[in-house]
Design a protein around this ligand. Structure first.
Ligand SMILES: Cc1cc2nc3c(=O)[nH]c(=O)nc-3n(C[C@H](O)[C@H](O)[C@H](O)COP(=O)(O)OP(=O)(O)OC[C@H]3O[C@@H](n4cnc5c(N)ncnc54)[C@H](O)[C@@H]3O)c2cc1C
Length: 368
């Protein structure tokens, strides 16, 4: 029998969403151990959003960490501002909370959900299946474990390694008078505008024309029917779908189009096939990917001979690892490593997808 019911590995936003969901589902702080190096669940997120001066969330009103989707951040804003604007925009799927609003929400929720009480400050080296549960660096065993380690690091173009002009978009930086931005996603688009606003001339280097889409994954893929088709597809097709839908994209915006068109006319914005002589190169090239880039996940796969497909660990549709999940125990993934179960796993909505299914498993085992 496992000593303790539940552990969450990672202390970022996906872990936080899982924790809030577990608490909402009736678990007490003493029943959930959270292993992570930082106490602020928005720590990693805040640093990246700050680096690109993100002001508004890409997600909509339901992009929050509450256990239930409704009411979202729009309703909270209405209550505070006595304005119906956010509600109308929500109905139209157009309400994007500000980053400040989102971060205030995370702090307020953290203060009242017991998170700090459950936190065990540590970076985990190994999660190992033992009998009816899992040991986490020798602690436990825990019957149900959700692993949410986030991205394994930043991706940088190999050809720019050692180039002193290069900085990653998600690292703190200012803007030189001439800037090349490599990439075609939301971070790249944000950086074009930031650099132009700072007075720079900007060159955009990208392999393809940017995809314009409101959310990072098409909504149709996340419907019950869309997900059903995704889960039923053979591995190669599923990987190809992920490759296609997770290609860099940013939302359609007349404002962005107008700023870029004006800058292009003024000779301050252009595209180019490769990096040129700009004073600064900003790599808006996202994250390293795959379980092999994360020592914890890599060890998990090797220790237990887990099934993988391409760069991902194969999961059941409920985000659990089939070989390590059974009647009395659960091993689930959340955040970006859970894309095999949910293509938008690396969003707040995705974090909740895994969290709710994890809670269901924990509850099912408790009532047996
Ligand atoms: C700039 C930016 C803007 C975004 N905007 C939105 C948005 O508007 N809406 C939306 O829905 N999504 C958005 N996302 C996507 C998503 O919500 C974030 O990536 C979110 O931070 C993912 O949470 P996470 O917990 O998976 O990863 P993180 O927040 O990165 O947290 C992972 C945590 O796990 C810890 N960890 C890693 N390895 C271990 C280990 N071995 N042991 C213990 N702890 C470990 C890390 O230290 C970190 O604290 C955005 C992402 C970025 C980068």
């Amino acid at each position: 029998m496992a000593d303790q019911p539940v552990a969450v590995v990672g202390s970022g936003l996906a872990a936080f969403c899982a924790y809030v969901t577990l608490r909402h589902g009736g678990l007490e702080p003493g029943e959930v151990a959270v292993f992570g190096p930082t106490a602020d669940p928005a720590h990693a997120w805040r640093r990246r959003a700050d680096a690109i001066s993100q002001r508004a969330m890409r997600s909509e009103s339901d992009g929050h960490c509450f256990a239930s989707s409704f009411p979202g951040l729009a309703i909270r804003t209405i209550n505070r501002r006595s304005s119906l604007g956010p509600l109308v925009q929500t109905v139209l799927d157009r309400y994007h909370p500000t980053v400040e609003e989102f971060l205030d929400h995370v702090s307020a929720l953290r203060a009242r959900c017991g998170w700090d009480e459950s936190l065990r400050p540590a970076r985990v080296e190994r999660v190992r299946a033992v009998g009816e549960g899992f040991e986490i660096d020798g602690q436990g065993p825990f019957a149900h474990v959700l692993v949410a380690p986030g991205h394994p690091g930043l991706a940088r173009p190999a050809e720019l390694a050692g180039d002193p002009r290069a900085v990653h978009a998600y690292e703190p930086h200012g803007y030189a008078s001439s800037v090349t931005v490599v990439g075609a996603g939301l971070a790249a688009a944000t950086e074009w505008l930031n650099a132009l606003a700072a007075g720079a001339t900007v060159v955009s280097v990208r392999r393809r024309e940017p995809v314009r889409r409101p959310l990072n994954v098409p909504r149709s893929l996340l419907s019950r029917r869309g997900l059903g088709r995704f889960h039923a597809a053979p591995a190669a097709e599923r990987l190809a779908t992920l490759e296609r839908v997770l290609a860099p994209s940013f939302p359609p915006s007349r404002h962005v189009d107008r700023v870029l068109a004006d800058a292009a006319r003024a000779g301050r914005f252009a595209t180019a096939p490769s990096v040129n002589g700009s004073a600064q190169i900003i790599c808006a090239t996202g994250f390293a990917r795959g379980y092999r880039a994360d020592p914890l996940l890599s060890r998990l796969v090797d220790d237990h001979g887990l099934e993988t497909a391409g760069h991902l660990i194969v999961l059941d549709p409920d985000s659990t690892v089939p070989a390590l999940t059974g009647r009395g125990r659960t091993l689930a993934l959340a955040g970006v490593p859970a894309q095999w179960a949910y293509p938008a796993a690396d969003t707040l909505a995705g974090a909740k997808y895994s969290a709710r299914r994890f809670l269901r498993r924990v509850r099912a085992c408790r009532t047996r």
